[in-house]
Design a protein. Structure first.
Length: 310
């Protein structure tokens, strides 16, 4: 127990230092102290949540993650999005990328959803997404059924439709001056409309399929980017094979329908790019033998529970 508590503190400090270093580098290279404040805030929110998840008793650990979701989600969507009028959706990323401008959306995606995946995998989806901040409060955290096979292809369709929309606006309407008031209003409108659609579809899908994370599995375009780096992520879930009683609770409670025990039986960590690092499996394990570990490994086999074979 003492060793695990020590690991919790180490993980919490690691998260804080990761974002602190990024903040300092950007502050010094870009000459704006906002970068330091921005990443200090995110680092503190993430490290406090990880710490609480580690030290709170079973059954209450989830509130460490939910706290981080709320702190980061409200900041990203409310402060940076609605108040600062930065479109932090994928469309905003495409727009600023086309313009060659190193701005908020580009920074956000490159750090959290591209580069950061090499360290934390898809932990953004589990700990910081503002859409998940809402749907994780719905009553279907434990999926009623397995995944719907092939529905995940909708994520790729959404990704390319979002890119096509931006290319159409960029070329068809000659939107090249990002300082124009009309463009800022359009960009902000895309943010509002996009988030209204995201939240509406996410809640409806969750209610129909009795699965909080249905939107993440079938509709959200962000995993198209994140799955690439997360396959090589250093932090992954690991199950102690010699101590596992194979009760199956981890798989039954996995919101992403991952066959966790299949990886364990192959003497592997959970290499699935569908893992969002929510640590529901860590929380539910009666033997307390599932944990996040740090190694360098990879694999290309996805073990997932689908509806027909769940």
């Amino acid at each position: 127990m003492e060793k695990k508590t020590k690991n919790v503190y180490i993980d919490s400090i690691t998260i804080f230092l990761f974002f602190l270093v990024i903040g300092v580098i950007l502050w010094k290279t870009q000459g704006h102290i906002f970068f330091l404040f921005n990443f200090l805030y995110i680092g503190i929110a993430g490290s406090v949540g990880e710490l609480l998840f580690g030290i709170l008793p079973r059954g209450k650990k989830i509130w460490g993650r939910k706290l981080t979701q709320i702190l980061i989600g409200l900041y990203m969507l409310g402060v940076l999005g609605f108040l600062a009028r930065e479109n932090m959706q994928i469309e905003g990323f495409f727009i600023y990328l086309l313009a060659g401008i190193f701005s908020g959306p580009v920074l956000h995606f490159l750090i959290a959803k591209v580069g950061g995946t090499l360290l934390f995998g898809r932990a953004w989806c589990g700990w910081a997404c503002w859409t998940a901040m809402v749907i994780d409060f719905l009553p279907w955290m434990k999926p009623r059924h397995g995944r719907l096979q092939y529905w995940g292809l909708l994520r790729y369709l959404h990704f390319f439709l979002s890119l096509a929309l931006v290319l159409f606006l960029w070329s068809g309407f000659k939107i090249t001056d990002l300082d124009k008031y009309s463009f800022r209003e359009l960009n902000w409108s895309i943010l509002i409309i996009g988030n209204m659609l995201y939240f509406t579809v996410a809640i409806i899908l969750a209610a129909i399929l009795k699965d909080n994370r249905a939107f993440c599995k079938y509709v959200c375009p962000i995993p198209v980017l994140m799955k690439i780096g997360s396959r090589f992520s250093i932090w992954k879930i690991e199950i102690e094979k010699d101590s596992c009683i194979e009760c199956g609770l981890c798989e039954k409670n996995c919101p992403m329908n991952i066959k966790l025990l299949s990886y364990m039986k192959n003497n592997q960590r959970v290499l699935s790019t569908e893992c969002i690092g929510c640590q529901q499996c860590v929380n539910i394990c009666p033997e307390n033998i599932i944990r996040y570990t740090k190694k360098i490994d990879t694999g290309f086999k996805e073990y997932l529970n689908f509806k027909n074979n769940a």
